[in-house]
Write a protein that binds this ligand. Structure first.
Ligand code: DC
Length: 229
């Protein structure tokens, strides 16, 4: 049966520019943008709040029945994350939450818990969804799949700039090492590891600035689904 909604799946390692590019592309297409990393970050935040060991998958899984994660779109169109009704949108961007998110994301019960939530969003809306396993696991039938990447050095530079703009600067060397560690963890985990779907188009933005990356991304998407929207 033909899908009634369109889904654009964008996967790739951290710092590849997925969220900024995906948000802009979604606005251009008038699709809903879903940042799935923010959902894992919300669970990482909740685990830290509850003093749960990030090394213990069972303890993390036991948190799930008491946890309600919701996405709300503000008037600004931005995705807000609510954890048991508390808005954690800003807090989940702290570096310690990046580490916690990567840890909880490796827990099968967490991924299972979030699967239907993500799929429901794609059933209800035209979406641009970004993450690590969107094209491979969450939306294997997505109309268009893109694997967005850049060299680790370029990604670390971009992340440093972003952290500086947020008022939480960090040293380049630290950011690069953190990023490599997190990539390794996301790539080698047993469940839903970060990898390019067979039918995804690879877009390497190492040598592209934001505008050129955006144009390239939009062109790929429009070639795939443009005529149908
Ligand atoms: O994209 P991000 O850095 O905000 O993601 C935070 C963590 O969540 C990252 O380490 C990988 C994990 N994640 C995942 O496993 N699957 C997704 N679909 C999205 C994020």
């Amino acid at each position: 049966m033909k899908n009634l909604t369109h889904a654009v799946a964008i996967d790739g390692p951290s710092g590849a520019g997925k969220s900024t590019l995906a948000r802009k592309v979604a606005a251009d297409l008038k699709f809903v943008y879903v940042d799935t990393g923010a959902i894992y970050r919300s669970i990482g935040w909740y685990a830290l709040q509850n003093g749960v060991s990030l090394e213990c998958a069972e303890d993390i899984a036991q948190l799930l029945p008491s946890l309600k994660v919701e996405i709300q779109y503000g008037e600004d169109g931005l995705q807000h994350m609510l954890v048991n009704k508390r808005d954690v949108t800003k807090e989940i961007r702290l570096p310690e939450i990046s580490v916690a998110a990567s840890k909880v994301a490796a827990v099968p019960a967490v991924r299972e818990f979030l699967l239907e939530m993500q799929r429901n969003l794609a059933r209800e809306h035209n979406v641009v969804m970004d993450g690590r396993d969107i094209g491979t696991v969450v939306l294997p039938d997505a109309s268009c799949k893109i694997f967005l990447t850049a060299s680790a050095e370029v990604r670390a530079e971009r992340r440093c700039k972003e952290l500086e703009e947020r008022g939480t600067p960090q040293e380049y060397g630290v950011v690069l090492e953190d990023m490599k560690r997190r990539d390794e963890q996301d790539r080698t985990r047993k469940i839903a590891p970060l990898k390019q779907a067979e039918d995804a188009i690879l877009l390497d933005t190492s040598a592209l600035n934001f505008e050129s990356s955006f144009e390239a991304l939009l062109q790929i998407i429009k070639e795939r689904i443009g005529d149908e929207t």
